[in-house]
Design a protein around this ligand. Structure first.
Ligand SMILES: C[S@@+](CC[C@H](N)C(=O)[O-])C[C@H]1O[C@@H](n2cnc3c(N)ncnc32)[C@H](O)[C@@H]1O
Length: 250
């Protein structure tokens, strides 16, 4: 299932930030946290929703192999241009791409929640089938408590380099989805949005159980304080924007 908004949104987001696959200190720190959270050698890795492959490239020295899956051809082209020999970038939809190998580690950073509960369940079941016997996955889950507070907040994602790109957060209370709308100030009528389903730790636990997966750790990410307009790197599981779950077959 490819959601009808995903291609337009992520393509616009990528083009707006004019990214070219560069690895920054952000990716280095991100990779350091991930290695610690995985807690053992990465082995063979499958990364879903891999953007332009920058995280894969940051982790390449620590993994035997990395296979990445990304929907947007433009990002996959950048990933292919910069890949090391142990990275295989695939262009496709993680809901239906055929991958017959199994992996020690599956990663899906920032983006889980496209579609409805049955889509998330289907993806969790696919992830389970991609596991080796000792397979674990790390997945970022959006936290509803935070996104309800973010409802109505507007900002420029990068006011220095791209002052004409604006963004507004909303919340769909019926479907428990965060809504993230981007537009260019000179073309506000061409706005695009992403809609990501948010889950409390209890709700994602119940969904994982349905997919015969156990959550063996929760790692809160940071939180934006909208009153002080400041991002805090350290936040509780209650207040964080998203948290990581570490899962394995039960
Ligand atoms: C919010 S971005 C996160 C990118 C990257 N993982 C990160 O942490 O910066 C979500 C990514 O998932 C990709 N994506 C969304 N739906 C997808 C699908 N059905 N199959 C493959 N990739 C998908 C998007 O194109 C985008 O690159």
């Amino acid at each position: 299932m490819t959601s009808n908004w995903a291609e337009a949104f992520y393509e616009m987001q990528y083009r707006s930030l004019k990214q070219t696959g560069e690895i920054t200190e952000y990716e280095m720190n991100f990779a350091k946290d991930l290695r610690m959270q995985v807690g053992r050698p990465l082995g063979s890795v499958l990364e879903l929703g891999a953007w332009d492959g920058r995280l894969a490239r940051t982790l390449a020295g620590d993994a035997e192999t990395i296979t990445t899956v990304e929907l947007i051809p433009e990002m996959v082209a950048v990933a292919k241009r910069h890949s090391t020999s142990n990275i295989t970038p695939l262009c496709g939809d993680f809901y239906d791409i055929e991958i017959s190998s199994t992996f020690n580690t599956v990663l899906y950073m920032d983006g889980f929640g496209v579609g409805e509960d049955e889509d998330q369940l289907a993806l969790l079941e696919r992830i389970r089938n991609w596991f080796d016997d000792d397979g674990t996955a790390i997945i970022d889950i959006y936290n509803p408590t935070h996104w309800i507070k973010a409802d109505g907040q507007s900002m420029r994602p990068d006011s220095v380099n791209f002052p004409k790109v604006e963004r507004q957060y909303g919340y769909d209370y019926k479907k428990n989805k965060m809504v993230d709308t981007w537009w260019h100030t000179d073309k506000p009528q061409d706005s695009v949005s992403q809609y990501l389903k948010c889950y409390t730790p209890e709700q994602i636990h119940a969904l994982c159980q349905k997919a015969e997966l156990d959550i063996i750790a929760y790692f809160p990410n940071g939180a934006m304080d909208y009153n002080a307009w400041r991002y805090k790197d350290i936040a509780s599981l209650e207040e964080c924007m998203s948290y990581r779950i570490k899962i394995k077959k039960n």
